[in-house]
Structures are given as structure tokens and as C-alpha cells.
Design a protein around this ligand. Structure first.
Ligand code: ATP
Ligand code: MG
Length: 411
């Protein structure tokens, strides 16, 4: 992509009412645009990052047997009444249809997915089964001041698992935890993310959150450094020690909840009469689990934890482009190198702008935060080379033009 053709521009200004760090930087870099509190448009650079995060999640969900579906965001009142949540789900967006019926914008999808799977699953032979979607969710959040971390409209991957037994659910639940850590590893969040014991429900004592340590996090967690697990402050009264080693010395940190998994048991299957026939021909309740993760919140979290005072430092796998190439003055050689990188399937943003000065281009590259910066100038071309620098390092090196593709591929 040529930066001269990118319709968004970077800016030094952020909306005065935008107090969150992640949104300020993302707006300045031209990744997102703020429409209202908790409502954002994703622009070309931001859309690429968001899609990459979604695709990582998709791959890891497919790997543990998830079958992708896509459910509606507009949902009728009666399905929420069937589970008692029309009145009890405090952040549900409610609206009236032209047919005078009431609707809710999907805040979560147990009410839709449970009757759906019931239509296709009858016997123990059909179980277990796992379905997921990546979709826009709506929640009428009271405070939406944390940028992408707390949207009124936001993206969520929600997977639902259906089992014949509690034991089978338990096994899948562990598998899902592993898949989540794989996702956070690929998103560059592994070192800061802890499996965190949180309040459960009628069915299980605990649910599990994935909490990423960050100064701007809204949650407080207590970490056991020996076991690499944590306890959410909300349950610290009933869980004062490490659930694993009983260690009493837990360290308090602020954190962002990037994911949440929950054993539902028959909480929803019972309401909609979702039963299966077991080996002996007896009818039993289907046992369920649900597994959420917010790609847009993950994106905001990555910005919160991977930046310096010049801008974002994207982890390799989710950067908008792998390479940000800068030509100091318009020259044909830079154009050739750009084409060569693209022919070798290297994602590159090429700052070919004629009106922008070198300083402005360097500042933009730091703000946008692609992992590798390539500079082509008269000086480097004299040595038949380009200058290559990683965003997360101060060391630049000259690399011969013929070696650029090889060098970047191995970075
Ligand atoms: P929170 O406690 O932060 O309000 P939650 O526990 O209500 O979140 P879940 O219903 O478990 O969240 O949703 C699953 C995932 O969806 C969360 O772990 C988070 O990554 C994401 N998510 C939830 N609410 C929002 C939101 N308002 N904006 C962005 N992402 C969200
Ligand atoms: Mg939660």
C-alpha cells in the first residue's frame, strides 16, 4: 500500500473527550475514528489489525473443533424471556420493531445458539459439538471511557460447547484454556496474561478469566508468581490463597479482562428443554460451556501494553503491515524495492509521499508501529543498500538491495 494513496492521515490531535490511551494513539495513527462514546469506525490500518486478530482466534478455534457460524445481532424478546434475562441482563440494548414487537441487540448469544443446536442434536452420538461466531455485540455500558477496551458496540468471538457429561465439558474446558493461551501468545500478550479465577454461577464455583496486566486496566487481580495464576479481586473474600499451591502471598495488579470462559452446565439447556438420549435410551440435559474473547478489546490491550512515547509497537503477527518503507526523496529505486517486496508476499506500507519531510515520515513510522522500518535514501543508495531497523530496537543496519527480501523474511 502506498501511503500517498491511503485516505487516512496521521494527526497530532485527538478528540478532547477521548481520555483512554489506546484510543488516543489509534485515532492519531488513523487506525480508528470515534463516532460517539464506546462507538468506533475501523479505518484501513485498524481494520487490518482487527481482522488479523480475528483470524488468529478463528484458526485456534477451528483447531479445537469449533464450527464457525454467524447468528443475527437483532434478537426477539421472547428468547430472552425464556431464560429470564430480558429483565435481568442489565446492559441489554432494547428496541421496538415496526411490528410493535420488542427486540434486543445481541449482547451474548446463549438465547439464540441453544435453541439452534437443539434442532440438530438428539442423541449422545451427536455430542460433543462446538460452534462459534465472531460478531458485533452491543452492550449499553454505563461507562465507556476506555476506548476499544469497553465499547458499547464491540467485536466478540463466542464459542459454545455442548456435552453429554460434566466430565466431557471439563476436558474441553482445559483444551479451550490451552487454545486461549495460544491466541494470546500469537497476539504478543502471553507474558502479561494470567489465568484468573473469577466468580462462577449456579453450576460451578469459578469461571476463568484471562487477565492482561496493564496500568490502565479496570480490574484488580491477585497473582501467585509461583503458579502463574491469579484470583480476581471480586472473589478475594472467598478465595484468599492461590487456588493451586495455597500460597498466601499474592501480588495485586491492575489488569484487563481479555477473555472469559464459563461452565454453564444446564443453565440454558434446561430453559429451552434441550435434552439428548443417552446409550440406555434415557433423556438427559445437555451440558454447556461458553468461551468469550473480544478481538477489539484485545487490539486496545495490545496498544496499552506495547508502545513507547513515540507510538505503537505492534507484535509481528498482527501488525497492519510487516514493513514500513520510507523513501526520503522520490526515486525509482525505492519503487523497485517496493514492488520486489510485494512480489515476495511481504506486506509493506510504502511512504512515497512527496510533500512530507524525512522527520515527518520517521515520526509517522514510529506512531503507526510496523515491526520493520526500511529507509531508502540517496545516502543508502550510494552503497547500493537500504537501512533496516526494527521498531522495538534502536539499532539500524545497512543491507544490500539484493539481500533485503531475505533479511526481512528472517527477521
Ligand atoms: P467486563 O467484566 O469487562 O464487563 P464481561 O465479563 O461482561 O466483561 P463477557 O460477557 O465474559 O465479558 O465477554 C467476553 C469477552 O468479550 C470479554 O472477556 C472481553 O474480552 C469482551 N468484552 C466484553 N465486554 C466488552 C466491551 N464492552 N467492549 C469490548 N470488549 C468487551
Ligand atoms: Mg467478565
Amino acid at each position: 500500500m502506498k501511503q500517498s494513496e491511503l485516505f487516512t492521515k496521521t494527526t497530532k490531535d485527538t478528540p478532547k473527550d477521548e481520555t483512554s490511551f489506546n484510543a488516543q494513539v489509534l485515532i492519531r495513527g488513523g487506525f480508528v475514528d470515534k463516532v460517539a462514546a464506546g462507538i468506533y469506525s475501523f479505518l484501513p490500518l485498524g481494520h487490518r489489525v482487527h481482522e488479523k486478530i480475528k483470524n488468529i482466534i478463528r484458526e485456534e478455534m477451528d483447531r479445537i473443533g469449533g464450527q464457525e457460524i454467524f447468528m443475527p445481532a437483532l434478537t426477539p424478546k421472547d428468547v430472552w424471556e425464556a431464560t429470564g434475562r430480558w429483565e435481568n441482563f442489565d446492559v441489554l440494548f432494547k428496541l421496538a420493531g415496526a411490528d410493535k414487537k420488542e427486540y434486543a441487540l445481541g449482547a451474548t448469544h446463549e438465547e439464540i445458539v441453544t435453541p439452534l443446536v437443539k434442532k440438530h442434536v438428539f442423541s449422545y452420538k451427536d455430542l460433543p459439538t462446538f460452534v462459534y461466531q465472531i460478531q458485533t455485540k452491543f452492550r449499553n455500558e454505563l461507562r465507556a471511557k476506555a476506548g476499544l477496551m469497553r465499547g458499547r458496540e464491540f467485536s466478540m468471538k463466542d464459542l459454545y460447547s455442548f456435552h453429554a457429561s460434566v466430565e466431557d465439558l471439563g476436558e474441553y474446558y482445559k483444551l479451550a484454556q490451552k487454545a486461549y493461551f495460544k491466541i494470546f501468545e500469537r497476539c504478543g500478550l502471553l507474558d502479561l496474561t494470567y489465568l484468573t479465577f473469577a466468580s462462577g454461577g449456579a453450576f460451578s464455583k469459578y469461571s476463568h478469566e484471562f487477565q492482561t496486566i496493564s496500568e490502565n486496566g479496570e480490574d484488580l487481580i491477585h497473582i501467585c508468581k509461583d503458579c502463574n495464576i491469579a484470583v480476581n479481586k471480586e472473589i478475594i473474600e472467598e478465595q484468599k490463597v492461590c487456588p493451586n499451591c495455597k500460597n498466601k502471598k499474592l501480588k495485586e495488579e491492575k489488569a484487563i479482562e481479555v477473555g472469559n470462559i464459563f461452565k454453564l452446565g444446564n443453565r440454558f439447556s434446561k430453559d429451552v428443554g434441550f435434552e439428548y438420549t443417552d446409550e440406555n435410551g434415557e433423556n438427559k440435559d445437555v451440558v454447556m460451556g461458553c468461551y468469550g474473547i473480544g478481538p477489539s478489546r484485545v487490539m486496545g490491550t495490545i496498544v496499552e501494553v506495547h508502545h513507547d512515547d513515540r507510538g505503537i509497537i505492534w507484535p509481528d503477527e498482527i501488525a497492519p503491515y510487516k514493513v514500513h518503507m520510507i523513501s526520503i526523496k522520490k526515486n525509482e529505486e525505492a519503487e523497485k524495492i517496493y514492488n520486489n517486496l510485494r512480489e515476495n508476499n511481504i506486506e509493506v506500507l510504502f511512504d512515497d509521499r512527496e510533500e512530507a519531510g524525512a522527520g515527518e515520515k520517521f515520526a509517522d513510522a514510529d506512531l503507526i508501529g510496523c515491526p520493520i522500518r526500511v529507509v531508502v535514501s540517496e545516502k543508502t543508495l550510494k552503497n547500493n543498500s537500504v537501512e533496516i531497523k526494527r521498531r522495538d530496537s534502536e539499532d539500524a543496519e545497512l543491507v544490500g538491495i539484493d539481500e533485503v527480501v531475505g533479511k526481512i523474511s528472517n527477521f
